[in-house]
Structure formats: C-alpha cells, structure tokens
Write a protein that binds this ligand. Structure first.
Ligand code: GLU
Length: 545
C-alpha cells in the first residue's frame, strides 16, 4: 500500500496507466519468420563503422525476412543541440541507401504507428512504467546526491551500502513513505532505481542468436532506471521501447553482452516477454606488429562512415566489403555470381560471423576496384562529377567544362577493352591518377642515362608529329622515326643483339610517354594524345630532360 502512495508522491502528473500505453502500441501482426528490427543510434555527431555495421545487419535481416526495419534516435543522453548530430545519422544512412519502414523525419514527422521514434519525445512513457514499478515495490526513489569528490559523503554512502563487488544495494531502497515525503517536501530531486531481487551469487543463461547460449552473473545492483531529470538510461529505454515497438530481434554490439543480465531482469520486472538478441562482433584492425585492436575513432579515419563518402568510394564497395566481414560465404558467392547485385545475396542471423572481423583497407580497395571497373566510361564520368560537386567544386567546374574530353578520359582502357585496367578504387584518387590531363608534368620519370637519347628522340618525334587517326597509325609513325634513329622494331632482333641498337621500340614509346605524362606507365598513349589535343601535345613534346 505504501508503494502506491510513494509512487503517487513521485509522479503526481502521470495519469496514464500502463494499459493506456499498450492500447497505443498494439501487437504487430506478423507472419511466420518476419523479423522486426531496428537501428537505434545515439546522435553523437559521428557514425562509427561499428554502428553502421549493426544498421546494415538489421537492414538485411528485415529485408531478407520481408520484415520491418525502424530507426529510433536514442537522444536521452545528449545535453547539447543535436540537430546537426542527427543530420550526420540521416546523411550516412541515406548515402548508403539504408531505407527504413518507420522513422521520424528530420523535421519531426513520425512515419509509422509506433512513434515517436525519438526517445526524448517518449519521456512520459518511461515515467508511466517507472511509476508502475514503484507501485509494485520493484523500484524506489533514490535521493543520494552526486557525491564525487566529497570524502565525507562518500564514506557515509559506503557505510550504508551493502557492497561486495558482486552486489550493490542502494541505501534508499527501503525508505518509508514518511521519509520519501520529507525529501520531497525539502524540494530534493530523485532518481528511480530498480530494486534488484538478486543476492549476488546467481547466474543467468541467455541465448544469443550469433553466439548461442551464454551464461553470466545475474545483476545484483540497484541500478538507475530514471535519472533525476526524468530521462531513462539505456537499459530502461531499451526494455520499454523495444517491447512497445514490437522489435523481435535486437541487433547491437557485443559491448552490451555484459549488461544483458540487467536488461533481462528489467524485462522480468516490467512483465515483458524476453526479446532475442543478436550481439555482433566489434570490428578490429591489425597493428603493424600484427596484433589486433579495436578500430578506433582516434587513430583510424576509416572508423568514421563519412570517410568513405569524402574519399569517393562507391556505396556498393563499402556494403560489399561489410558483407564480406559479416559472412565469409559472401566472397565465394560473389566469385560465382560476378554480375549479380549484392542485394541478391541473402544471409540469415546464424550465418553472421562469430569471429571478430578485421578491417583491411587493401581488401576494401580491391573490392572497390572490381566494382568501379564494371562502370562504363560514361558512368565513371558521372560518378566522378557527382563526387566532385560535393567535395571538390573547382574540379567539378573543370570536369563539366569539357564533358566530352573527360568522358573520353574515363572511357580510356575500359569501354571496349578486353581487359580493362583495375587501378581506380575511389573517385577522389582520380584527380591524381589522371593528373597529367590537368597539368603539364612537374616531374619526369626518366633515368639519368636515358636523358640524352630521350631528348634526341622526342625532338625528332615532335618535328614529324601529326595527330594520329588510329592507334595503328600512331604506332607506325613512332616506328618510322624509331627505326630511322637506330631503335629495334623487332624485339627478337633486339634481344639477340641489343648493342646494335639505341633501344627497342618499347623504349622509344616510353620516352614519348614520359614527355607527355611524366610517367613510365599510363593508359594507351594514342588515347591520351587525343584527349589532350594537338596543341597541348606539341607543347609537352617541346621539352629537354
Ligand atoms: N543507442 C545505443 C548505441 O548507439 C543503441 C544500442 C542498441 O542498438 O540497442 O549504442
């Protein structure tokens, strides 16, 4: 009886009952096997790759089961203005085409019947359930102040606590109605704590959909379920929201495994059915010395999902790479189905890796090269322009000013080629990769010993230069000059007697290549010459190494 009076004292304004809330959140009508899952990021202004990993797994589980995916913004911890931080979440999800069935738009409209989809707008709901727990004697108000740094208060607290590593009963757990009333009349604020029913020696078993059956110490602490400002810590909000919103599988990082016993106790106290968990592994990186460590915001720029957009990775590259990390079967599937869309690859919960995935940029780049090489020249140009419009406006102006030229550049060594080059793994690198198109070379990859010969050859080539009409014509022109100057046209003859020649025809081509591009390696020169145009080629050939 006391409990009811205490609850009323603590929450005089809460008129709704738990049943009123249930009416607003009816059970979802699901067909067999349909999964309802969610992505529940906190708006920190930063989307970690590990968070996105969960979003992507949830997305796939919902999609593959014809289920429902919703987005819930967990903003009860945030004290500052979070609009910009929310924007980061929406931008990243949008960049990667992760679409939700239910969510709240950035300007605050709920799409779906289980909203609000933003926790700070659900405070009343949490209070209804906190009140109910107090009424039932399963939770209690705690008036202890924040005591950090105050030795005397800390000592007092320690004396009153029954504390032995395993359990932590709060001194306020048995306050009488009168005592609570005194605190309230003094104008004191309070938090609500769960009154744990455990003694500290219990163990609890629970099933994880990836890791199988797990066993851990049961919770034996009177932990806070509602802070003094009325906001719920993660555990309480999770229990209430995932129950009311009809989540069937909670996909979250494995850092939550250790607090799962507390969550299970909370579900029980609230009278909720337990929920299925899918704790997925954290993402690691290898140090230079081969040791693994968690991928970190501090040391690894690629831990930030925006990194991939800023560097112009196609979204498919990242998604395919994540699929690779999630499920080792994907690599084989991709090999056998090189043309299929990744969306056709279906994985189920128990296909998710139990091994900690290791992020490897080289592997990602490899996957990305294979994705970019499938784009036609025109598609590559369009993607490059899209990237430049967002991240390099000066470049976008240049690319758009001579569309045909740059489309031809992108077509080089891809459209119509039997074996297109697989060098490009993101759009950002293209400016450097094709730097010779934008600028005259600043440096030349020419060996000291070759300089004299190269000068002689280039001079002669320039005098005789005319714009070639085909690759053959271009090569023939080079051959004529090379032969005249003493280069071997037939490589077999050259190999038999190299001292008889200044070099072979490949060497002669290398000189032209270096003069025009600065490099010993480049795509087909005939194409480059056409893209640069006669005047530019002549001016580049007018060089002395
Ligand atoms: N807001 C929590 C986080 O960002 C969500 C965890 C969960 O998915 O339940 O870690």
């Amino acid at each position: 009886m006391e409990y009811k009076k205490i609850a009323q004292l603590l929450f005089p304004d809460i008129k709704l009952s738990e049943n009123d809330i249930y009416k607003k959140y009816p059970k979802r009508n699901l067909e067999d096997g349909q999964i309802v899952t969610r992505f529940a990021p906190s708006p920190t202004g930063f989307m970690h790759i590990g968070n996105f990993f969960q979003a992507f797994i949830s997305y796939n589980l919902a999609k593959n089961s014809n289920g429902i995916l919703f987005l819930r913004i967990e903003d009860t911890d945030e004290k500052r203005e979070i609009k910009a931080a929310k924007q980061v979440i929406y931008d990243v999800l949008n960049n990667f085409d992760i679409k939700f069935d239910e969510y709240q738009t950035l300007d605050g409209k709920d799409v779906g019947n289980y909203g609000p989809y933003v926790q700070s707008q659900r405070k009343e709901i949490y209070k209804v359930f906190a009140k109910k727990l107090v009424e039932e004697g399963k939770a209690f108000p705690c008036f202890c102040k924040k005591t950090e740094g105050k030795e005397d208060v800390l000592k007092l607290r320690e004396e009153k606590f029954i504390y032995d590593d395993e359990k932590e009963y709060d001194p306020c757990r048995d306050l009488t109605y009168e005592e609570v009333k005194n605190h309230i009349d003094n104008g004191e604020t309070f938090a609500i704590r769960l009154k744990t029913k455990n003694k500290g020696d219990e163990r609890i078993k629970f099933k994880d959909l990836i890791k199988g059956e797990l066993e851990a110490k049961a919770n034996a602490k009177d932990f806070v379920i509602l802070k003094s400002d009325g906001t719920p810590p993660y555990a309480f909000a999770h229990a209430i929201d995932d129950t009311l919103m009809g989540t069937t599988i909670v996909v979250r990082g494995e850092e939550y495994i250790s607090s799962t016993p507390a969550h299970i106790e909370l579900f029980e106290a609230l009278g909720f059915r337990p929920i299925s968990y899918c704790h997925n592994p954290l993402i690691y990186k290898l140090n230079e010395n081969g040791n693994r460590r968690k991928i970190s915001k501090r040391y690894d720029p690629e831990s930030n999902m925006l990194y991939f957009n800023e560097n112009g990775y196609p979204k498919e590259s990242i998604l395919e790479y994540l699929l690779n990390m999630i499920n080792s079967g994907f690599e084989l599937w991709r090999k056998n189905n090189p043309e299929k869309d990744w969306k056709e690859f279906k994985f189920k919960v128990n296909d998710i890796t139990t091994v900690a995935p290791i992020f490897d940029l080289v592997k990602l780049n490899d996957i990305s090269k294979n994705i970019i090489v499938k784009q036609s020249g025109e598609q590559l140009y369009n993607n490059w322009v899209n990237f430049a419009e967002k991240h390099d406006s000066a470049l976008s102006i240049i690319l758009k000013s001579d569309k045909e030229k740059f489309i031809n550049l992108c077509k080089m060594d891809r459209d119509g080629q039997i074996k297109p080059r697989k060098d490009i793994y993101n759009y950002k690198m293209m400016k450097d990769y094709f730097d010779y198109i934008f600028y005259k070379p600043l440096n030349y990859e020419i060996d000291e010993d070759d300089k004299e010969k190269a000068n002689e050859f280039i001079k002669s080539y320039l005098i005789n230069f005319k714009m070639p009409k085909s690759n053959e014509e271009w090569f023939n022109d080079v051959k004529v000059i090379a032969e005249r100057l003493g280069y071997a046209i037939d490589n077999k003859l050259f190999k038999l007697n190299p001292l008889n020649y200044k070099g072979n025809i490949a060497k002669a081509c290398e000189f032209i290549r270096v003069a025009i591009t600065g490099r010993k390696n480049s795509p087909t020169l005939y194409n480059i010459i056409n893209i640069l145009g006669e005047d530019e080629v002549r001016s580049r050939l007018n060089i002395k190494f």
